[in-house]
Design a protein around this ligand. Structure first.
Ligand code: MN
Length: 510
């Protein structure tokens, strides 16, 4: 059995998903869960792009002990300096430098000759090695690079000291057979390959990211890069949970396994979905709500007689629990805290007191509180975005033959209490218009989604909005037993994020 290491880039490539902007605490929460999942390397960001990214990498590097923390950097000294600034105190750190190698990128993007590409790549790796023991080099657009030149670049960076070499399919163009062959060629032709990890990084533009990653493993890759739920640039990245389950379920065929704790997968998927606002489709492999639902009578009958007739993965394997109802009105602080620990949360005393108070409030409105309710409760507070505006009160007048009118009262961080009213086309519209007035912010509502966290009439409602203002695009999330209140919270939170982001310079990523 070969061991395949997993490089997670949910916090870097995944965060490049349009509209996804994670706060520092949200990134930290995801990183700690990735550590529990057993991820080998966590790419926490791209230190040179903004002070906010640098700080997140630094914070994650200070907290995560069992995974190596990675920062991306272009092949230029100032980027590598920033990566070192972010990671110098991390328990285990890795620099990830990249430079495009394909003819298209050399000619139109870099305006560099082959010789210049090799020279810059080698210089970057050597410069990185002054600080970092572990350096990964990525040949951006590697899958569209001429094979002889790819071998030349890889040999040069290996000789310069790179210990991981990644061949990304940056644009999601390759096919399994072609991509697997690249890894076979490199394994056969690079001197010193036995001391180097070959890594794959696939995008899903043609729906082949996972298939291509598995082909790379067959060809000799020993590291797979991807994201949880497959989020990422454009059509997204290879979904880590799918790669891991494919290797596990078909170990007879691949003869390879990952070190992941597979029963942490469902929870990891849920946290990433909630915090990123990227909802997992019901039919998504491994983590979709329907992934283990059998509809056909013939299938149901088969599964009841013998699960393996129609079920190749047991839901428990990925951590899906069948009995979810646990807490209620009579549950005390101790039981609540035990539940939090079971779900993987480790709250400080203040946070615990606050969460417990909100749990008790919820029990007044809801008979049974499920795991999902508790997760939603805790996650909804997971934000370090300064609350420039805090919702104090909403009042709404609605009738089927009258114009909906909302009045909203907020407290500003300065202590001022502000109140405004507005009419709208519907209840949510009137609330949003009143919030626009009270905050005096001009924003565009790009998307609005409403979900029920759990089942039943008293379920918690979860609202996701995406707002934009100029070049800034953010998502906001609100949770409440009342969907109108959840709508207002989500909207106001997104506005607070926009205000916070305006103070941080955000460069466009590659
Ligand atoms: Mn990518």
């Amino acid at each position: 059995m070969r061991t395949i290491e997993i490089f997670d880039t949910t916090l870097r490539d995944g965060e490049q998903t349009p509209g996804v902007n994670l706060s520092l605490n949200e990134k930290l929460e995801i990183a700690l869960q990735l550590e529990r999942l057993g991820i080998n390397r966590i790419e926490a960001g791209f230190a040179a792009t903004s002070p906010g990214d640098l700080k997140s990498i630094q914070t994650i590097g200070g907290r995560v002990k069992n995974s190596t923390i990675v920062s991306l950097a272009r092949s230029v000294q100032k980027d590598i300096d920033k990566a070192w600034e972010a990671l110098q105190h991390a328990e285990s750190a890795c620099l990830h430098v990249f430079l495009a190698t394909s003819p298209i990128h050399r000619k139109y993007k870099l305006n560099m000759t082959k010789e210049q590409v090799v020279e810059n790549a080698v210089a970057a790796v050597k410069y990185g090695k002054k600080y970092f023991d572990l350096v990964e080099f990525s040949c951006e657009d590697g899958s569209r690079t001429e094979m002889p030149f790819l071998i030349e670049v890889v040999q040069a960076v290996v000789d310069a000291g790179a210990r991981i070499v990644n061949i990304p399919d940056t644009v999601g163009y390759t096919t399994p057979k072609e991509y697997g062959e690249i890894f076979r060629q490199l394994s056969a032709n690079i001197r010193g390959i036995e001391n180097v990890k070959l890594s794959c990084h696939c995008h899903d533009d043609l729906g082949m990211a996972v298939a291509n990653s598995l082909a790379a493993v067959e060809g000799g890759a020993t590291q797979v890069e991807g994201t949880i739920n497959g989020i990422g640039e454009r059509a997204g990245n290879a979904a880590i949970e799918e790669v891991a389950l494919a290797l596990d379920t078909r170990k007879d065929y691949y003869q390879a396994t990952t070190g992941l704790k597979l029963d942490e997968i469902a929870r990891t998927s849920q946290i990433v979905s909630r915090l990123s606002g990227m909802i997992v489709p019901a039919n998504k492999a491994v983590v979709g709500a329907n992934a283990f639902a059998h509809e056909s009578g013939i299938h149901q009958d088969g599964v009841l007689k013998e699960a393996t007739t129609y079920e190749i993965i047991r839901p428990e394997k990925v951590g899906i629990k069948t009995n979810k109802i646990v807490l209620g009105k009579l549950s005390g602080r101790h039981a609540f805290n035990d539940k939090l620990i079971e779900l993987g949360y480790h709250l400080e005393q203040d946070e615990l007191n606050d969460a417990f108070r909100r749990f008790k409030d919820l029990c007044d409105r809801k008979k049974q509180v499920s795991d999902d309710d508790v997760i939603a409760l805790v996650d909804s507070k997971l934000t370090d975005v300064p609350e420039t505006f805090k919702l104090e009160n909403i009042q709404l007048s609605y009738g089927s033959n009258s114009i909906p009118t909302a009045s909203v009262r907020v407290v500003k961080s300065t202590g001022d209490i502000l109140e405004e009213a507005a009419c709208g086309n519907g209840s949510v519209d009137s609330i949003y218009k009143a919030i626009d007035r009270v905050t005096n912010e001009e924003v565009v509502l790009e998307d609005y989604k409403i979900l029920s966290v759990t089942h039943g009439k008293d379920a918690l409602g979860e609202v996701y909005v995406r707002l934009s203002q100029g070049a800034i695009s953010v998502q906001g999330r609100g949770v409440s037993t009342d969907v109108l209140e959840a709508s207002a919270k989500a909207y106001l939170r997104a506005i607070n994020k926009i205000i916070a982001l305006r103070g941080d310079s955000v460069e466009v990523l590659i």
